[in-house]
Design a protein around this ligand. Structure first.
Ligand SMILES: N[C@@H](CC(=O)c1ccccc1NC=O)C(=O)O
Length: 271
C-alpha cells in the first residue's frame, strides 16, 4: 500500500502570480447543521427542522418501520447556520448564489479580530478599521482574494448561539468594509450572524459597500461587485492558526440568494 501521509498529497499552486504549497490536511469551518437539535439562530427564525414524509403506508423513518429514511427539511439559510449569500440578498432582482458564487478556490488570509466598543452606539462592539488593521498584522491583504475573520472571544458557543437572546452581535464598520473592497477581497467569510448590525433599520450598509452598491440601492444594476460573496456564521476552531490558506468554498446549489455552505481551509505555505 502507498504511504498515505499528508505530505504525499501536497500540491503546488500559483495564485495571482504567487507560488504556494497546499497541504491536503484541510479544516472544515462550517457549523454542522443538526436539524431538530441545538443550532444557531438569528432574527427570530424558527429552528431548522426535519419531518419524515408519509405517503399511504410509507413513513420515511426506518425507526418507525419505513423502508428508508426520507424527510422534508425546513430551514432559513440566513439564520440557521453557515451560509453563503450573494448580492441577491438585497436586490429586487432574484439573483442566485448558485450562479454568482463561482469563486471556488481563493487564496485566503485567516485573521482573528477583537471587536472594539462602538463610539456611536453604546454597548455595541464593532470591527472597526483600526481593529481590522491590527488583526491583519502587517500581512499584504492584496495578495489574497478572500478574507476569513474569526472574532474574539472565540468558543464553541458559536455552534449553537441564539443571537436574539444575548447582546447585539459585533458587526463591521463601513470603513473596515471599504478597506477590504479597496484591497480586492471578493470572498468574505465571518463567524458572525451578519456583517451588519442585526437591527440597523434595514440599511445593510456594510453589505452594500461589499457589493459595490450605493447606500439604499436595491437594484442589481448598481452593484459593481456582483460576484463577491459573504459567508456568515462560520466557526473557526482555535486549533486553526491565523495565516494563509487555500479556501474552497462549497455552496449548496440552491437557486436563491443564500444557501448552506461549507468553506474548507487548506493550509498554504510559500513554495
Ligand atoms: N438588519 C436588517 C435585517 C437583516 O440584516 C437580516 C434579517 C434577517 C436575516 C438576515 C439578515 N441579515 C443578514 O446578513 C434590518 O434591521 O432590517
Amino acid at each position: 500500500m502507498r504511504d498515505p501521509s499528508p505530505a504525499s498529497h501536497a500540491i503546488a499552486v500559483e495564485i495571482a502570480g504567487r507560488r504556494w504549497r497546499v497541504s491536503s490536511d484541510g479544516h472544515d469551518i462550517s457549523i454542522p447543521l443538526r436539524f431538530n437539535e441545538a443550532q444557531p439562530t438569528f432574527f427570530g427564525a424558527p429552528a431548522a427542522s426535519a419531518e419524515p414524509i408519509t405517503a399511504g403506508s410509507f413513513v420515511g423513518d426506518v425507526r418507525h418501520g419505513g423502508s428508508c429514511n426520507c424527510s422534508v427539511h425546513t430551514l432559513a439559510p440566513h439564520c440557521n447556520g453557515t451560509h453563503t449569500e450573494c448580492v441577491g440578498h438585497i436586490t429586487q432582482e432574484r439573483l442566485s448564489v448558485r450562479d454568482l458564487a463561482i469563486r471556488h478556490l481563493s487564496a485566503a488570509l485567516l485573521i482573528s479580530v477583537m471587536p472594539e466598543s462602538s463610539a456611536e452606539i453604546s454597548g455595541d462592539r464593532v470591527i472597526s478599521l483600526a481593529a481590522l488593521i491590527k488583526a491583519i498584522d502587517g500581512a499584504t491583504l492584496s495578495d489574497y482574494q478572500a478574507l476569513v475573520v474569526r472574532t474574539l472571544p472565540n468558543d464553541a458557543s458559536k455552534l449553537t448561539c441564539n443571537y436574539d437572546a444575548g447582546p447585539m452581535p459585533p458587526y463591521f464598520s463601513v470603513d473596515a468594509m471599504r478597506h477590504l473592497v479597496d484591497h480586492g477581497i471578493a470572498t468574505l467569510v465571518v463567524d458572525l450572524p451578519s456583517i451588519d448590525r442585526a437591527q440597523d433599520g434595514g440599511k445593510l450598509a456594510a453589505h452594500r459597500v461589499f457589493w459595490g452598491m450605493p447606500a439604499g440601492s436595491t437594484s442589481a444594476a448598481t452593484a459593481t461587485r456582483q460576484h463577491a460573496t459573504i459567508t456568515e456564521m462560520a466557526f473557526i476552531d482555535d486549533a486553526v492558526a491565523d495565516g494563509s490558506y487555500l479556501l474552497n468554498l462549497q455552496v449548496a446549489p440552491f437557486v436563491i440568494d443564500a444557501a448552506p455552505s461549507r468553506p474548507i481551509l487548506l493550509p498554504l505555505s510559500p513554495a
